[in-house]
Design a protein around this ligand. Structure first.
Ligand SMILES: Nc1ncnc2c1ncn2[C@@H]1O[C@H](COP(=O)(O)OP(=O)(O)OP(=O)(O)O)[C@@H](O)[C@H]1O
Length: 587
């Protein structure tokens, strides 16, 4: 069951408003002034209506009284404009600050956060929920403040105007409060369920559109449309429940509120005949203050319902952002995402010492007591059957995950004694899927070194044998690669990925099945690039591949992995004698 909203969440939600004190003060002042001016309306009605029965009044006097009220309401309109614009500005500041903090927090989360949390939910929180929260605590809160002023002043005024009539209106008023509270509770539960369904819809559409190729290749269009329609149907059902509750709520409010005014007015007319001093102007003012009291109550009730919704969304966001246990590190990452190595053309040593690891949420360990020592500039191949834990070794070396026991060293320094980015600054990785951003080729390559000049980019492309094909594209380096690099061939994407890796001048190059998805020609050409670069720059290289025979001329050493353990390691010739090698080379 969902925990009731903690007081500190409510408090910190309201504290957000203090983000810009000047705007908050302007907002408060304009809200109060515009509420006071609105509340003077019955006075205006009373004064102007009672002029009709005033003896000996001249046209000029009537004109001046009307002009006075007109001036007051012109000023009121100006205050409304100020209140609304200031409220928008404050809302914008709150939402941008929340978004900035939340996105920054997400960027620093450990990679496991993104396997546990659906990214669709995170993007919904980042984009929609935060906007809703900001609107509720600015626009809706401002309406609620007006509502409080209407309600309090309304009650006081109707008591002053006619206490007998006020008592007459107290019963429906109490009923109004009861109905508001009851529906608030009902709506809270239904709206939370609706929000979960909307989150599921977000995740569904995002995933299916991102995987549109898979959907098409398996002719899954109709299946996905059916799934989508089922989800739409569930949302429709929930929206209708919410709509039923909401419409019933507003109908009852209107029924009670307006009946209260009508009956009170009727009773007032009766009192006029029996009570001296109760004029038509006073009765009109009483009725108008009665309307204000009801309106004030409605504004407070609707804010209450919205605030509960905002507080629920805010509590979900703070649950993720305030949990520092899944933060990658507390030390700040460098301004530039990756530092270009100052000393290029050399490698670094790497050592795994008795490393064991189990993925969060899994029972069985994936890496078991792995020890491996790689000297600077060596080229290692790691082979093993699918699922044996090869890629996981890369995840541990790049500090995406921390081992449960054992240590990993780069240049004899334990990588866990440094912030997570420390290990990554030495490393460039090229994996089977060349993951590119949906921007230009140049921007994708520059991602590893944002300060690179155009000449640097061209040089990296030339080293990755990518220059010619890029220059032959109609827009050259400015070609948009499309989402996930869809507008390029597999080999072209991989060359861009290699250029990006080389531009950084890494000291360690990790290749995770970098050529597996390519045809024999592309594979041979990419292996040539790697061979040439490694010889020239001398960085340490670890290659993961299924195709063991392709490693013969490329690697100095080989390690075989089986069930998360390194069973054999040594030179290619030594290892190739082993039974495990024979087994892998046959599969
Ligand atoms: N993020 C993850 N969360 C939980 N388990 C994972 C995760 N990634 C991989 N695994 C599991 O860890 C085991 C080893 O996976 P890993 O990707 O390291 O194997 P691999 O040898 O590289 O396989 P392949 O050659 O097929 O890429 C597998 O059983 C896999 O299911």
């Amino acid at each position: 069951m969902k925990k009731p909203l903690a007081n500190e969440d409510t408090y910190s939600l309201l504290k957000l408003l203090f983000i810009n004190k000047t705007l908050l003060i302007q907002h408060g002042i304009s809200t109060v002034i515009s509420a006071i001016i609105s509340l003077c309306y019955p006075l205006a009605l009373e004064e102007i209506t009672d002029l009709s029965t005033k003896q000996g009044i001249t046209g000029t006097e009537i004109f001046l009284i009307v002009l006075k009220w007109s001036a007051i309401y012109t000023f009121g309109a100006f205050m409304t404009r100020t209140r609304r614009i200031v409220s928008e500005k404050l809302g914008l500041e709150v939402s941008q600050k929340l978004k900035n903090d939340y996105f920054e927090e997400l960027l620093h989360k450990k990679i496991s956060t993104f396997t546990e949390q659906k990214t669709g939910n995170l993007t919904q929180q980042l984009n929609r929920d935060i906007d809703d929260i900001a609107t509720i605590i600015t626009t809706e809160l401002s309406a609620c403040l007006r509502g409080c002023a209407f309600f309090i002043v309304g009650i006081v005024c109707i008591l002053i105007y006619c206490s007998q009539l006020t008592m007459f209106t107290l019963l429906p008023m109490t009923l109004l409060a009861g109905v508001g509270g009851y529906h608030g509770k009902l709506l809270k539960k239904e709206k939370a369920e609706l929000s979960t369904l909307n989150g599921q819809m977000n995740v569904f559409t995002q995933e299916k559109l991102m995987q549109i190729r898979t959907v098409k290749l398996f002719t899954g269009e109709n299946v996905e449309l059916k799934n989508f329609q089922e989800l739409l149907e569930k949302i429709r059902g929930k929206v209708m429940v919410v709509a039923r509750y909401t419409s019933r709520f507003y109908a009852i409010m209107e029924f009670l509120g307006e009946n209260m005014v009508i009956w009170a007015l009727g009773y007032g007319v009766y009192l006029m005949h029996t009570t001296p001093g109760l004029t038509i102007g006073k009765l009109t003012a009483f009725a108008t203050y009665g309307v204000y009291t009801g309106m004030g109550f409605q504004l407070i009730a609707s804010f209450y319902a919205e605030f509960i919704k905002a507080a629920g969304m805010y509590s979900n966001i703070t649950k993720i952002s305030s949990d520092s246990s899944d933060r990658e590190d507390i030390l700040s990452t460098p301004k530039s995402p990756h530092k270009k190595s100052e000393k290029s053309a050399h490698g670094v040593s790497i050592r795994f010492e008795a490393v064991s690891f189990t993925y969060p949420g899994r029972d069985t360990s994936v890496i078991n007591d792995v020890s491996l020592s790689i000297s600077s500039g060596e080229i290692w191949g790691i082979v093993g059957q699918s699922g044996s834990g090869k890629s996981t070794l890369f995840h541990l070396l790049t500090n995406l995950y921390k081992p449960d026991s054992g240590s990993i060293f780069i240049e004899n320094s334990n990588i866990h004694n440094h912030p997570a980015w420390w290990a990554r600054q030495f490393i460039s990785i090229v994996s089977q899927e060349a993951l590119l951003f949906s921007t230009t080729i140049a921007e994708n390559i520059k991602y590893s070194w944002p300060n690179a000049s155009f000449e640097d980019i061209k040089e990296a492309c030339s080293r990755a044998d990518a220059l010619e094909f890029i220059q032959n594209l109609p827009s050259g380096f400015n070609t948009q690669v499309g989402e996930n690099g869809f507008s390029l061939s597999g080999g072209q994407r991989q060359r861009i990925s290699i250029a990006r890796a080389l531009l950084k001048e890494p000291q360690v190059l990790l290749l995770d099945e970098a050529t597996s998805g390519l045809d024999a020609n592309s594979e041979a050409s990419i292996q040539n690039i790697i061979e040439r670069e490694v010889k020239k720059h001398g960085f340490t290289v670890i290659i993961i591949t299924h195709r063991v025979n392709t490693l013969k001329n490329l690697t100095d050493y080989l390690a075989i992995m089986k069930n998360g353990r390194i069973t054999v390691s040594g030179t290619f010739d030594d290892v190739s004698e082993s039974a495990d090698f024979q087994l892998i080379s046959r599969t």
